[in-house]
Write a protein of this length. Sequence first.
Length: 298
Amino acid sequence: MKPRKVTKAVFPVAGLGTRFLPATKSIPKEIMTLVDRPLIQYAIDEARAAGIKEFIFVTSRGKSALEDYFDHAPELESALRKSGKDDLLEILKDTNMDSGAIAYVRQNRAMGLGHAVWCARRLIGNEPFAVLLPDDVIAAERPCLLQMVEAYEETGGCMVAAMEVSPEKISSYGVLDVGQEGGNVMKVKGMVEKPKAKDAPSNLAVIGRYILTPKVLTNLNRMKQGAGGEIQLTDAIAEETKTKAGVYALRFRGQRYDCGSKIGFLQATVAFGLARPDLCNEFASYLHEVMAMQKAAQ
Ligand code: UTP
């Protein structure tokens, strides 16, 4: 029997974004712009491409710019219409959500990703759901969440997106124990959040895309603070590795950028800038120039 379709997605956006202070003092991290679109737009587009119909945001104080972003902007739209700027009106269409398709729930204290997802439990109900962290931006021919939905339709259970990470960086991630398994879809035996490099069960890290069963929400009901004093989503998913439904990891095809870190954001800006047909030539020659100047100065 095929598992139930995934039509709901949770976007936890209630974090403090301290790595981008002072910018994030007044701008939500998810509104920061990669070329000309905020990070959240990339996540929404990926979710839509995977068949998501209901979008649940877990927000906090100071995130109202996010809510405005998905609303109609009557004055702007009428000014563009009057001046015949149909191309810009078309671009704005992606930012509008159907009535009732978007819901906001508040996390009143940043107690960790697990707690943020738990805050959305009543809106999720008793069905499988996706979780997308908008600061992970993934460039892929086939959107990452779509790859996961396709794999999940074969496996059921929970599905996490996995990528290989160097030993120096592994302690920043949730890490998978997949035994000797090869292939792109692997059965997960265990998961550990932010292990020391010497204790990491593999070099496979979990990144910010998940498909979860409602059972994970039940596990979160009982969760205590884990690594870093936060309620960890990893711990609640790890409990599912012991069940019949199980947990699977997909080694997705694509390049993930950690836009929650300064270096990741800069790398993504270069990659997405170069991928844009309207910008790539001028941008590439500028980058060449800068590199040449830097080399000459050394
Ligand atoms: P991060 O670990 O990147 O934390 O959260 P952060 O607060 O956003 O950023 P830094 O580390 O202070 O710079 C990963 C994702 O989980 C969400 C964040 O909004 C981000 O999308 N999150 C985290 C919550 O929604 N609530 C939390 O309590 C923690």
